[in-house]
Design a protein around this ligand. Structure first.
Ligand SMILES: Cc1ncc(COP(=O)(O)O)c(C=O)c1O
Length: 410
């Protein structure tokens, strides 16, 4: 199916969905409270843009409403003395962070609004006090930039990095994942790093079980939850990790350049952030807040992104994202030329597909001939396409994607 036929295809699908909408809701298996996803799509600036965005895993986009408020805040702060405006905003920004703490059930520590997960991870990794030969455990499925940090930390601090290769995450049980971490622990182990939802496969790790195991050995855990907020319901108090980092510009649809760091209260005093702070603040939560002048409008717009999430409800959103993933992966499952490498029961929005044709050619054809953007991903020697729809994606969009991919690959 070529570029110019997308409109016809979608037109056809619209008629299919209108026809379906005549059936009783109960017959379709939908709950009466299920949001109207077509009208939610209309709340995003996606219809005017010719490329279909199936790469929400890299970064989300703001809704039209959040964007309008963001522009309003940006205009205000740029038409006044910025620090005068900040004084009037500070309470609201703090309130937005408290709402976020409430949303992820993080009551045992402090939350910091940063630029992204990368920054948050680096604050913890460079802020911890290392002794020579201390050990850190992590996995090959973690985020490459974080692994770079570990390599640099290893040289600078003379510590040891132990790397786990879980193999294909689809083929390993949760219990075996826990055992892989447990086997690497010894008395020198000081930190275990866990990715909550992996960026390549979208695999959801059993982080509660791993944290509980690590705790029994007195090992601290840093959870890279870049993809978790606004994507899946979770409870940081129950997970019981020591440090937790996330990107708010991914699944929460907050402005680009919004990230989160959570540090358990008991861990604060020992953490020495790479940026300095006044000496007398060493045991105080705000010692991690000496970050200089920042895009304060992000902290304000954050509240609107939370509003939007609350209107839909995280349970509805998670279910929708999971169903969208199931929708396209089910339609590809029987294809000989394609292999879904993600466990569709231990993932939510993100899934990846291995294809028999050269990856670059397929992703270019999707972009150039069909106006679809997906991400090329993979490990060394094993490439695949990562597909990450969002709440602005409709089934008709995925029909078009699946048909286009099948045409290219067969
Ligand atoms: C698992 C994981 N960790 C960390 C990051 C870094 O996020 P950011 O670019 O927002 O710093 C990403 C980005 O995709 C990621 O997938």
């Amino acid at each position: 199916m070529k570029n110019n036929s997308r409109r016809e295809f979608l037109h056809h699908c619209t008629w299919i969905s209108i026809a379906c909408s005549c059936a009783p809701i109960s017959a379709l298996g939908l709950s009466p409270e299920a949001p109207d996803w077509a009208s939610i799509k209309a709340q995003f600036l996606v219809d005017d843009y010719p490329i279909m965005n199936l790469n929400s895993g890299s970064a989300g986009i703001m809704s039209k409403r959040t964007l309008a408020k963001y522009v309003e805040y940006l205009t205000l702060i740029n038409s006044h003395a910025p620090y005068e405006i900040l004084q009037t905003w500070q309470e609201q920004i703090r309130n937005n962070l408290q709402r976020l703490a409430h949303h992820i059930h993080a009551s045992q520590g402090h939350l910091y609004l940063l630029r992204n997960s990368t920054e948050a991870l680096n604050i913890v990794l460079w802020g911890k006090q290392w002794n020579k030969k201390d050990e850190i455990i992590h996995a090959t499925s973690d985020y490459p930039l974080m692994i770079n940090t570990l390599e640099q930390l290893k040289s600078a601090k003379k510590i040891k990095i132990k790397t786990i290769d879980h193999g294909q995450l689809k083929n390993i049980s949760d219990d075996d994942i826990v055992k892989n971490y447990e086997r690497k622990i010894n008395k020198r182990t000081k930190l275990l790093i866990l990715t909550y939802i992996t960026h390549r496969e979208g695999h959801i790790f059993p982080i509660k079980k791993i944290c509980s195991m690590a705790k029994s050995y007195g090992v601290e855990v840093l959870v890279d939850a870049a993809h978790a907020i606004g994507h899946i319901e979770h409870n940081v108090d129950e997970i019981d990790c020591d440090y937790y980092t996330s990107s708010l510009h991914k699944w929460l649809n907050a402005p680009l350049g919004s990230g989160l760091l959570y540090v358990k209260s008991a861990k604060l005093e020992a953490l020495q952030p790479p940026l300095s702070y006044p000496d007398h603040r060493s045991d105080q939560a705000n010692k991690l807040e000496y970050l200089g002048t920042r895009p304060y409008q992000n902290g304000m717009a954050l509240g609107h992104a939370i509003d939007e999430l609350e209107k839909i409800g995280i349970e509805n959103k998670q279910k929708r994202l999971h169903n969208l993933k199931k929708y396209w992966t089910d339609r590809i499952a029987a294809e000989n030329s394609m292999d879904i490498i993600t466990d569709t029961n231990r993932s939510c929005a993100i899934a990846s597909v291995k294809i028999s044709k050269p990856l670059s050619k397929v992703s270019q054809a999707l972009k150039n001939d069909y106006n679809i953007h997906v991400k090329k991903s993979g490990y060394i020697g094993e490439g695949f396409l990562r597909v990450s729809p969002n709440i602005f994606t409709l089934e008709s969009d995925l029909d078009y994607f699946v048909e286009s991919l099948k045409t290219i690959c067969t």
